[in-house]
Ligand binder design. Sequence first.
Ligand code: AHM
Ligand code: MG
Length: 335
Amino acid sequence: SSLPELQRDCLTPSRHVLEQCQSFGAQAQDLSALMSRIGLAGKLIARRLSRAGLMENVLGFAGNTNVQGEAVKKMDVFANQVFISVFEKSGLVCRLASEEMAEPYYIPENCPIGRYTLLYDPIDGSSNIDVNLNVGSIFSVRVQQGEDQEQTGADLLQNGRQQILAGYILYGPATVLVYSLGKGVHLFTLDPSLGEFILAQEYVQIPEHGPVYSTNEGNFWQWEDSIRDYVRYVHRHEGYTARYSGALVGDFHRILLEGGVFLYPGTRKKPEGKLRLLYETAPLAFIAEQANGRASTGTEPILDLVPTSLHQRSPIIVGSREDVALVESFIQNPR
Ligand code: AHM
Ligand code: MG
């Protein structure tokens, strides 16, 4: 009926969620509104990032001597606050749990209407901000189970299959938003002239195999033998290439589109690795599985892991099926 161009430009994430739900029922409306708020958070963060070097006290480039640590913190704190502001008085989310906050943040005026909890990493890969490289935000939505009267968020300590929606925003040359409701993975690009995310690719599938392995080889001598053996294997075989940016969202996004494997395994001193289960590895595992890829600790699917604390870490091996299986084979059958 309408012009093809208009049809395309109307395919925003909130509209897409309604189509995915195949209904205009209350749950569909809630999830659609939630997606549009997440998109707004992404736009607010993208805008701030794009001006970061110009604004005093954001990066500290302009006449601020005490740059590094503080500057990074400021953007982290800002991005964390963006998600809170966007969901306050929304009636949608009763709690937010973030990598940046020790305890969940409760929004009493949204309770008990908002049955959803948003878990997020507001700025992932923060060391990249100082040098104007890509960073991301990761999000995950769960339904509140039970009353949580003591406000401990104990019901969040469940496996990753309880996520009803997950995804990330990548602040790169373009800002992209990737999400899944458990019905495939969909990719949107921010059109700055419209200020809207517009559908770019539906039902994204990770290739069965890809050339990239993405890991911090600086940890080589801290790794277990099995991981070292895997990396020696790729060094000795043709067809592999290393890519590592220091920002998980960007490294993962490359693998989503082109295949390969990202790994942040544990080290001898820190067997759980660095990345957090609820805010980082479980949401990306959800996306990977929905795109026909896999995400593993080395011995079991990330999505089956049940945390015992909100900020628990987990190792992750994620990406193309064949490549994840190869890493697992080194872990499960040490040579
Ligand atoms: P952050 O959330 O504090 O930024 O930490 C997570 C980041 C990931 O984006 C990235 O994959 C990893 O830490 C890089 O860590 P390392 O410098 O140890 O390789
Ligand atoms: Mg992070």
